[in-house]
Structure formats: structure tokens, C-alpha cells
Ligand binder design. Structure first.
Ligand code: 28G
Length: 645
């Protein structure tokens, strides 16, 4: 409990002590409430506050939200809603105090309870307050401007008879919140602008009547942007498919039933992949769920029925599989549910059975209505399914041949230096860029449990290649064989994570543009064909140091980024030699062991599904046609997006 109750700065009366004890739980186990204390968790603080403003929008009372990343490292969120109530709450004090100091029903990441967003004002305000070294709340309401202040969740403004005293007059209404994340809780306290912007943009797509003003005032990254997407998820699908060859128009519809609202937009592109995104109450469902099942099931049935009616499928033909029907599909399905439940590893899989029922009802009615009147579009969709089915059939054969041939050729092509242990829970495999680094790594490793797989040059971009090309690629084949658990793709699932031979799969690439590119391609491969490896936390990125500082007296020190170097320069007195590593290949085996392989000393980033999704999106961008902008994009973002913690 420590710093909260014992704080001499915080002023509170006896009744608020239980309140503080509630918030202390958040400080003791922040991960339970915001997922983690990494940059992801840090960004989450902004999302929690923004979600409250979005809820005010969903209540029909707010159409503008401003998000500012301030120069001092704090964040400000402002809305033009009704303003958090300041009137006396049942507990005897200003309702605002209760909102910002009471821990509402369980955390987002603990067991079954989940914040009920969607007009109900989430539980997040007090969590953000607890994890902020300071927070200021300003409310415009009743013609007055009110202000309340907190430090680490402790109120620092005196109430008068339980209520806030206005600090001025106000026109209009709204809520303004500024907070500085607590640097004793978070590993890093710099908000990651790219993640925040894309999340805000997503929110704008999901709420077409909302305008979000974004401003970054931090030195070096200053910018302003306005996110307003009056087309809603139609615009979202358009953006997702930008730069791809489309084969249908965007089809969109909405419907309501039993208090559940469904909006959906989809379009086919000429590529062997599908992307179906689900949202419930504006929250992205990374693990999908019942809304997606409902949509997919009915789409499969409807397209198969039409295909038989039109004679594309003959009596003797088997139906198209669901994956056939989704070949080339980009879809966004967004529902509003009064009582959403979530399950799954990261509690992002919608679990309500009624959602499946209602989404399939609305989708079934609407797409039949549409396809009855748009035969050309229907034929284009069936065309996509036919292409997929044809490839599926020829590859089902090819695949069984290939896999049976290769089953016995594990490590036969000489590149994999396997480890001795067969205890998968202890084994690690390093995928190393380049033969020279691969050679050093083979010498440096602990051969008992560390395997080395060198790969040469750029690996195939699976985003663009068909499955037979992917499987024919030597590097990819070697990886699939080495991991031992097969792979899954749209047309079948041979993936079995129980057969995985290594607990950790570690991507080891140079800390430069090319290295970041290779890491990006590998992540894309795993994301497309072995996503469970990512979901279950088996993929890592090694973080080799950039420098070694060797002082004239005392121990040398490895430095992993430019910040670390700047810190070293500041704190270190006296002369030192600075060794700069241009690549892994430049380290001798001992150095490589010390810095990158030794479990006791190395630094690694654990890859999350969002990282992989970003990598996959980036791959699409990078593999586009215009070369010069690509180059710049890699410089500006690739290393950061893939390697930054
Ligand atoms: C700027 C940053 C984030 C918010 C509101 C508006 C109301 C509200 C918020 O009510 C629920 C608690 C206790 C009554 C509701 C105002 C009804 C009438 C609101 C925000 C209601 C909280 N008038 N705007 N919460 N209770 N914006 N933006 O947080 O008693 S939170």
C-alpha cells in the first residue's frame, strides 16, 4: 500500500481511505488493469480516457474529442460532452471524485468481467489516475469551470462540504483530463505516436459522426491530424484495400435485432488472403468471436447456394469451404452489444451466442437482397472462391507429398545446427540473418539447448506469393521442418503447436534497415502461417547492442541504443573507446554469446500479435510499387515498429 496511504501530500478524509486502498490494487498489479507496463500498457492509458469520451459520444452527447501528447510527456484528452457530474453523489461527495478514485467492477484483464463500453462510461478513469504521478480534471458544467487534481490517485484539492469549488465561469460543457504516467510504474514513459494515431483513426471509422483532433507537441515529433470518417466502416474497408486490385465494390449494410446493432462492410480483392476484422462496442476483437462466426457461416452457405443455382458447382462437386469463399475478402463487422462477454487468451474473443445468431440473420437477409440484384458482383465473388478451391485441391496433393518427403529430412540440408536436448520446453532456435553471423552464432551458442538456423538474404514476401511458392521457398521449408509443427493456411490446418520443438524462436537480425526488413518479413510469415506461435508467446526478437563503451579504467559496457549511449556519455567520467557494431557478423563468438545469446544477459523483445499485424501491414506498404517513398518509410519506421519495446 505504501506511498498512497502514507503520502503526506495527499489530503483525504477517512471515508476515502477505502477508495485509496482500491486504487492501490491497481498500482500493485497494473497488468491486471491495463495488460502490461510496457509501451503498450502506457498507450493504453490514453485509450482508456479516450474510450470514456467515446462513450459520451455514444450517449449522443459529444462529437469532438481532442487528444494532445504534451511536450512535458503528459497526455491531454478533451471532449465536448456533458461534463462528468460534479454534483453530490450518494456517497456524499462530488460524483467526479467517485469516478476518478473508485475502482469499478473488475479490471479489463482479470477473468470474466470486462468493461462495458458503449454509452456506459468505462471503468478506466480511476485506473489511469492510479497509474499517473499527477492528473488534472477540468469540467465545464452548469456555467462553471471546475478543477480537481490528484497525485498517484490521491486527491490534492480540498473539497468544501464534499463538493468542488468552481475556479471560473464556462461556456458550454465538457471534460478535460491531463495526466502524466508514473515513471516508477512504467518501463518507458514515451507514448508511441503511430499506435495512438492508428487507434484514433480506427475509432473515427467506427464512429462516423465523431471528429478526433490529434496533436503531438513533443519536440521532434510535432504534428496535428484530424480523424473524421463520415463514411464509417465503408471508408475503413476502402483504406484496408488501398493499393490492392479490387474485384468487387464495397458492399455494406446494417441492422438491429434484440437490441444488438450490426454494421458490416466488405469487398473482395485479387489476392490469396482474407482479412476479417471484428469489433464489439468499438473494441477490436483480436481473437475474433461469435460475430465473425455468424458472418462467416452465413456467407459460406449463401455463396454455395448461389454457386449451385448458377451451375458453378455441379451436383457431384463438393461445396466451397469457408476459406474458399473468403479468398480475397476484406471485411469489417462492428456490433454494439448491451452486455458483451469475452473469452480467449487475451480476453478479446467475443463469446455471446446471441451475437452469432443476430449477425448471421442480418447478414443473410442483406447479402441475399444485394446479390439478387447484383449478379456481376456475385459472379466475381464466386470467381474468387473457384480460384481458391482449384489451388486448394492441387495443393492438398502437393502438400501431402512435400510433407511426407520432408518428414524424415529434418536438418538434412545441413543448414540447421540443431541442439542436443530434445526437451522442447528448454530449447531455443535462433534464426540468424546471413552466413557469417550464422557461423559465429554456431560457435557462440550453448549447443545443449540452442539451435542455429542461418537464413540467407531476404526471405520471400508471403503477402504476395501463393501458397505453392511459399512452400517451395527453401528458407521457409527449412523453418517449417525445423519447428516441427507444420503450418496452417486458408485451405487447411496442419498446424499442431504440441509438436513445436523449441520453446523460443528468436529472430536475430542486424539492428539496421535491412535487419528490420528481414524481421518484418519473418513476422509476416509467422502471422500468416503459424499465428499460434505468436499468440502463445513463442516468438522473440533478439536485441544485439549497437555499441560497446570501453573506458580506460574499469569494465566495458554494451549499449543497446542511442539513448543508452547518450546516458553513458552523461554519467561516465573520463575517456572511453566506443566500439560501434555495424552488424552481428562483426562480433566475435564470445561477444555474441555475452550480448545476444546468453539467457542471463541478453535482451529480447517478445513479439505480440499486434506487432505481427503491424509487420504484415507494413510489408504490404513496403512491397508496393513506388520505390522511393518505401525507402523513406523503412528508415523512419521499420526499426522502431519492429524492434522498439
Ligand atoms: C476528456 C476525457 C475523457 C465523460 C461524462 C459524462 C457523464 C458521466 C462522463 O457520467 C456516470 C457517475 C455518477 C452519475 C452522465 C454527465 C450523465 C449526465 C454524464 C470523459 C453518472 C458518469 N451527465 N463524460 N461520465 N455517472 N468524458 N472524457 O471522461 O453519477 S466521462
Amino acid at each position: 500500500m505504501g506511498n498512497l496511504v502514507n503520502s503526506t501530500e495527499g489530503r483525504y478524509d477517512a471515508s476515502s481511505i477505502t477508495v485509496l486502498e482500491g486504487l492501490e490494487a491497481v498500482r500493485v498489479r497494473p497488468g491486471m488493469y491495463i495488460g502490461s507496463v510496457t509501451t503498450r500498457g502506457l498507450n493504453h492509458l490514453v485509450y482508456e480516457i479516450v474510450d470514456n469520451a467515446v462513450d459520451e459520444h455514444l450517449a449522443g452527447c459529444c462529437n469532438e474529442i481532442r487528444v494532445t501528447l504534451e511536450a512535458d510527456g503528459s497526455a491531454t484528452v478533451e471532449d465536448n460532452g456533458r461534463g462528468v457530474p460534479v454534483e453530490r453523489h450518494a456517497k456524499g461527495v462530488s460524483a467526479e471524485r467517485i469516478v476518478y478514485t473508485t475502482l469499478h467492477a473488475g479490471g479489463k484483464f482479470d477473468n470474466s468481467s470486462y468493461k462495458t463500453s458503449g454509452g456506459l462510461h468505462g471503468v478506466g478513469s480511476s485506473v489511469v489516475n492510479a497509474l499517473s504521478s499527477r492528473m488534472t480534471v477540468r469540467i465545464k458544467r452548469n456555467g462553471h469551470l471546475y478543477q480537481d487534481t490528484y497525485e498517484r490517485g490521491n486527491p490534492t484539492t480540498d473539497l468544501v462540504m464534499g463538493l468542488l469549488t468552481p475556479i471560473g465561469d464556462a461556456k458550454g460543457t465538457g471534460t478535460w483530463v491531463n495526466f502524466l504516467p508514473d515513471d516508477t510504474i512504467f518501463e518507458k514513459t514515451r507514448f508511441k505516436e503511430d499506435d495512438i494515431k492508428s487507434r484514433l483513426h480506427e475509432t473515427a471509422y467506427l464512429n462516423p459522426e465523431l471528429t478526433i483532433y490529434y496533436e503531438d507537441k513533443r519536440p521532434g515529433t510535432e504534428e496535428t491530424q484530424v480523424f473524421h470518417e463520415p463514411e464509417g466502416i465503408v471508408g475503413f474497408v476502402r483504406a484496408l484495400n488501398k493499393g490492392h486490385e479490387t474485384v468487387t465494390d464495397i458492399i455494406s449494410f446494417q441492422g438491429v435485432s434484440e437490441g444488438i446493432e450490426v454494421v458490416c462492410a466488405f469487398q473482395y480483392i485479387n489476392e490469396f488472403r482474407e482479412e476479417v476484422l471484428g469489433f464489439c462496442n468499438n473494441i477490436y476483437n483480436a481473437e475474433g468471436g461469435t460475430h465473425l462466426t455468424g458472418f462467416k457461416t452465413v456467407l459460406t452457405t449463401v455463396i454455395n447456394n448461389y454457386a449451385r443455382q448458377l451451375g458453378s458447382l455441379k451436383e457431384k462437386d463438393a461445396n466451397f469451404t469457408g476459406a474458399d469463399v473468403r479468398n480475397g475478402l476484406t471485411a469489417v463487422i462492428s456490433i454494439k452489444h448491451p452486455d458483451p462477454r469475452f473469452e480467449g487468451q487475451t480476453k478479446t474473443k467475443l463469446d455471446n451466442q446471441d451475437a452469432s445468431k443476430i449477425v448471421s440473420k442480418v447478414t443473410g437477409d442483406e447479402i441475399v437482397r444485394f446479390f439478387d440484384r447484383n449478379l456481376e458482383t456475385l459472379k466475381a465473388v464466386i470467381g474468387c472462391a473457384e480460384k481458391a478451391a482449384k489451388i486448394r485441391k492441387s495443393e492438398e496433393k502437393a502438400k501431402t507429398n512435400m510433407l511426407t518427403k520432408q518428414k524424415y529430412s529434418f536438418d538434412s540440408n545441413g543448414k540447421l545446427a540443431n541442439c542436443i536436448s530434445r526437451d522442447a520446453s528448454k530449447c531455443e532456435i535462433f534464426i540468424v540473418e546471413g552466413d557469417s553471423a550464422g557461423g559465429s552464432a554456431k560457435m557462440a551458442r550453448d549447443r545443449e539447448f540452442q539451435a542455429i538456423l542461418p537464413i540467407r538474404g531476404k526471405i520471400l514476401n508471403v503477402e504476395k506469393a501463393s501458397i505453392d511458392k511459399v512452400l517451395a521457398n527453401a528458407e521457409i521449408k527449412t523453418m517449417i521442418n525445423a519447428f516441427g509443427c507444420g503450418f496452417s493456411e486458408g485451405y487447411g490446418n496442419d498446424f499442431d503447436i504440441k509438436k513445436l520443438r523449441y520453446d523460443k524462436i528468436i529472430i536475430m537480425a542486424d539492428a539496421d534497415v535491412d535487419g528490420a526488413h528481414i524481421a518484418t518479413l519473418l513476422l509476416t510469415l509467422f502471422y500468416r502461417f503459424m499465428p499460434d506461435l505468436i499468440y502463445e508467446g513463442h516468438i522473440y526478437i533478439a536485441m544485439p547492442p549497437l555499441y560497446k563503451a570501453i573506458p580506460s579504467k574499469g569494465e566495458g559496457q554494451y549499449l543497446y541504443d542511442d539513448e543508452a549511449l547518450a546516458r553513458y556519455r552523461k554519467t561516465h567520467k573520463g575517456n572511453f573507446i566506443l566500439q560501434r557494431y555495424k552488424g552481428l557478423g562483426e562480433m566475435d563468438p564470445d561477444q555474441l554469446w555475452e550480448t545476444t545469446l546468453d539467457p542471463a544477459r541478453r535482451l529480447m523483445k517478445s513479439v505480440t500479435i499486434e506487432d505481427a499485424r503491424m509487420a504484415s501491414e507494413m510489408t504490404e506498404l513496403l512491397m508496393g510499387t513506388d520505390v522511393p517513398p518505401r525507402r523513406d518509410y523503412i528508415r523512419a519506421h521499420a526499426v522502431d515498429a519492429v524492434l522498439d519495446v
